[in-house]
Design a protein around this ligand. Structure first.
Ligand SMILES: C[S@@+](CC[C@H](N)C(=O)[O-])C[C@H]1O[C@@H](n2cnc3c(N)ncnc32)[C@H](O)[C@@H]1O
Length: 295
């Protein structure tokens, strides 16, 4: 007996075949929900973005929302570094790969179709972006967890309360573009302890640090004598501050070092006039005293 095919089954079949057609796939691509529309960064602006980046061997650049791949391709071409472009729009990824091929940098670049909010870009040493203020703010907590020293460069949009470390303007025709740069700071908030010796005397130190983004205020206690430090900046993982030895205005103590989690390691320079002596400096943060540096 012949089986009858219902009109519903015919419609289902057409729907199934339609799903594989290029037209349907194009329409699906158009349905991609973009947090930011595609607007390419002019090459004059890229020039200054890459100048701020100071790319060097070993850097890995990520362009979040890479568009046609131009920033990624320029970085790879100029500095010979590995560069990765992330874009949610498959059309942009296709275009970026084609452009990389034309530029002869396919071996250095990678383009991934992905959502920037679901992508791990923690290996980056440089991030570039041309997004929107609200998108920058959503990314900010993730960016602040990147390795201290990572350079973040944004075309036109800032990070609200997180002040840029550098900024420049690029006039093009009748408009002015802004380039911002931030250096991800180490979080040095909390209470730090160390001691040092000068002559035969041993001094105990405690530094209480409160930090907002890259700026910190500290109260240094040397043998319980309270010395407020002027506001200073953590540049990547670099920390430096100086005080005069209590009761000895000709003796300056310059502490400089690198933060690595709960350790600060570097040098104490004891400056007396034109003479100086150096000794290793090592401080440890009390567990549980670090706080958030954003708000
Ligand atoms: C203003 S364009 C910038 C293109 C390129 N970075 C440049 O400066 O020339 C923003 C890009 O972000 C992409 N985009 C928007 N929302 C995204 C998301 N959630 N994840 C990844 N890419 C996204 C868009 O497809 C677009 O290509």
């Amino acid at each position: 007996m012949k089986r009858k095919i219902s009109s519903f089954q015919v419609i289902l079949f057409i729907f199934f075949i339609w799903g594989f057609s290029p037209v349907a796939q194009e329409l699906q691509a158009q349905e991609v929900r973009l947090d930011v529309p595609f607007v390419p960064t002019p090459y004059e602006v890229i020039e200054d973005m890459l100048r701020f980046a100071e790319l060097k061997k070993g850097d890995i650049l990520y362009d979040l929302g890479c568009g046609d791949g131009r920033i990624v391709i320029e970085a790879a071409k100029r500095a010979g570094i590995r560069a990765v472009g992330i874009d949610i729009d498959p059309e942009r990824i296709r275009e970026s790969r084609e452009n990389a091929k034309k530029a002869g940098v396919e071996h250095l670049v990678e383009f991934r179709r992905a959502d920037i909010f679901e992508t791990d870009f923690s290996e980056a040493t440089v991030i570039t972006m041309y997004l929107l203020p609200s998108v920058n703010i959503r990314l900010r907590p993730t960016i602040l967890k990147l390795k201290p020293g990572t350079r973040i460069i944004s075309h036109d949009f800032d990070m609200d309360e997180w002040q840029a470390d550098r900024m420049t303007y690029v006039p093009i025709d009748y408009s002015v573009h802004t380039v911002y740069m931030w250096i991800v700071p180490a979080n040095i908030s909390g209470i730090w302890d160390w001691s040092f010796e000068l002559g035969k005397k041993k001094y105990s130190c405690r530094l209480e640090v409160s930090q907002v983004y890259q700026f910190y205020n500290g109260i240094l206690y040397i043998d319980d004598l309270r010395i407020p430090l002027p506001e200073a900046k953590v540049v990547g993982d670099n920390v430096e501050f100086s005080v005069f030895l209590p009761g000895s205005a000709d003796t300056e103590l310059i502490f400089s070092g690198k933060a690595n989690g709960a350790q600060l390691t570097g040098t104490l320079t004891v400056q007396r006039g034109a003479k100086n002596e150096k000794q290793p400096w090592k401080a440890a943060r009390r567990p549980g005293t670090a706080t958030r540096i954003d708000y």
